[in-house]
Design a protein around this ligand. Sequence first.
Ligand code: SF4
Length: 508
Amino acid sequence: MTTIRQQDLIQSVADALQFISYYHPVDYIRALGDAYHAEASPAAKDAIAQILENSRMCAEGHRPICQDTGIVVAFVKVGMAVRWEDATMSVADMVSEGTRLAYMDPDNRLRASVVADPAGARRNTKDNTPAVVHCELVPGDRVEVSIAAKGGGSENKSKFVMLNPSDSIVDWVLKTVPTMGAGWCPPGMLGIGVGGTAEKAMVLAKEALMAPIDMHELRKRGPKNRLEELRIELYDKVNALGIGAQGLGGLATVLDVKILDCPTHAASLPVAMIPNCAATRHAHFTLDGTGAAHLAPPDLAQWPDVHWSPAPTAKRVNLDTLTREEAATWQPGDTLLLSGKMLTGRDAAHKRIADHLARGEKLPEGVDFRNRVIYYVGPVDPVRDEVVGPAGPTTSTRMDKFTHMMLEHHGLLAMIGKAERGPVAIEAIRKFGAVYLMAVGGAAYLVSKAIRASRVVAFADLGMEAIYEFDVKDMPVTVAVDARGTSIHHTAPKEWQARIGKIPVTAD
Ligand code: SF4
């Protein structure tokens, strides 16, 4: 019988969540370094370099890898010979209490992204609680914890299907991954759960993402069973789709594919797929009754020797004098370094702007989008002398339904976000001669260093979703949809799929 203190689990969870907010797992960073060296697509290579540079900066500065510091997911295996000392909370509440402590830590405050009443008021719980906890009683006298902070962008791309037993899992994955776009911030991993029941397959897919990346080792030693064969086949074929880093077209879409399975009903083949993004964050610890767990900091010498700097061909753009005519000269794939003032806004601000318009009201004093650039972002709060915390782009497709309104009624000139735009937004961009620019998801701390001043302009009550004005210097972006409506997220993956040549390219 081992005695575990409630406080030891709480403190271990808090420490682990702080740890993973700024340290990528070394296996991920090594695999990304290999992908950087192998990458042949200049745009994808630049994006990977930004993610690597950001990762090193975060590890050194102890600040979050991404502005979305995630929703906490924990798998807790409690030995049946464990006795809890002074426990007043459930195990799930202990994990949530550790989450609260981690996210409120004044030295590295993390963004609270969890909202209660999700089908109604969607009220931010302010401390990122509750965590999602999967607890299991197992033989033994230890408590084993795997804990992750899962980004919303990648979680939103989760998929599930009930296949017929004779259907091909590979065909379903290859058909489904392109529909996920790039909002899950590749290169990352795919977690796949096969079998059980519907909910079991989803949990298996999530748990699969907790394992270290070992595709290189697996290929070297060769598969030993059907699941390992399937992992290799999916890894090769998904990468042959040519989606590439951030959907910019290239060789590295996934760094690994993880699969867990369990027996299922003879009539069923449930398959779940959950991607993990460039902000892959997970840690593992065991409590054995001797106190809180200690996670040893990684040796930064293990980070690949890759240092990002802007491409010599990057165009410098002054946002304060930018005209529609100048923006119309940009081509998809052009890299720009933006300087000057831009406004921010994401889901809640767009909804409010739409509500104002519907009521025939003017926008609040000082908010004028005419010929301006908007950045879809919800930054982390600053600490110490920071102007703003990590401030990477959020998924742009969520703003697609507001794009026509923003261009027609508010005269917006350009948008910055992450990943692709949908057909409705692209048509509006073409119609109004606007442009869409893409920043790298998963490079939030690097991007925040380009922000020299920040002030709230409107909707302060929305917190990180308020409208800010940022004054930036040399903020790196890529032209993703030009003024004629050509999208790099449509053209580049097809081009790279054809170049890789392992999967036929079909017209959409
Ligand atoms: S890397 Fe992308 S998907 Fe992952 S947490 Fe950051 S913004 Fe979200």
